[in-house]
Write a new protein. Sequence first.
Length: 276
Amino acid sequence: MAILAALYAFGLTLPVPALGRGYVIRFELPSAGEPVDLPRVYGPPDKSRPLVVIDAGHGGHDPGASGQGFREKDLVLGLATALRDELVKEGGIRVALTRDDDRFLVLGERFAIARELGADLFLSIHADSAGTEDQVEGASIYTLSNEASSEAAARFAARENAADAVNGIELSGQSDAVNSILVELSQRRTQADSAEFSRLIAREGTGILRFHPQTRRSAGLAVLRAPDVPSVLYEAGFISNRDEASQLASPEGRQKFADVLARAIRIYFARQSRQD
């Protein structure tokens, strides 16, 4: 210690070996609220047409659930792509995917893409796992819980800058308390629309898709916390169930999923149009 103190007094330091430094990899994660590259929007160029953003969960270094030879990130990308293609084929609705390849996106970036594009609906697709219980099966539909909605509204209002707006309401010049109330009011409408879309998926899929006994649920899922975009997370089934995973990964299973979800999306937008 005396030697180190003497060196420090004269402005000198001991050289530190560089061994191992070359093996440290540093990289910047994308900002949760600022998507760098917005995805392509498919469908009619008319921006008055409704836009749905489809989010294939996980990706890149995050494979999601794995089992029975399947990886969640691959399975859900296939479902998302099939749904996009079905909507584009039928026409009239604009569609974007948060990812169309094996890339990683942070959770906040996913719904930020939907907000940046001005989406009218956000659908995040995932697959569940029951570990070694390979007989568990069935899809579930999640919307944001009331408790998580209030917490998210307060955080969103505090985080956004003065130039931001929610559902056309400028937040600039307002106190944090007022902003929080404005965002929460917006989110109540958003939650009601999300619940309506959730009901339509369950209704249109009955007798066609396999649903879990607890089909419709609510939870504090971060990917659903956009305050002004109706959002649903669809757990397509259990990847730990070989029969179900094989069905979801097959062309027939993907098309069945795409047919049901496309029909639910079209009915949802038709109802929204009548209300407007």
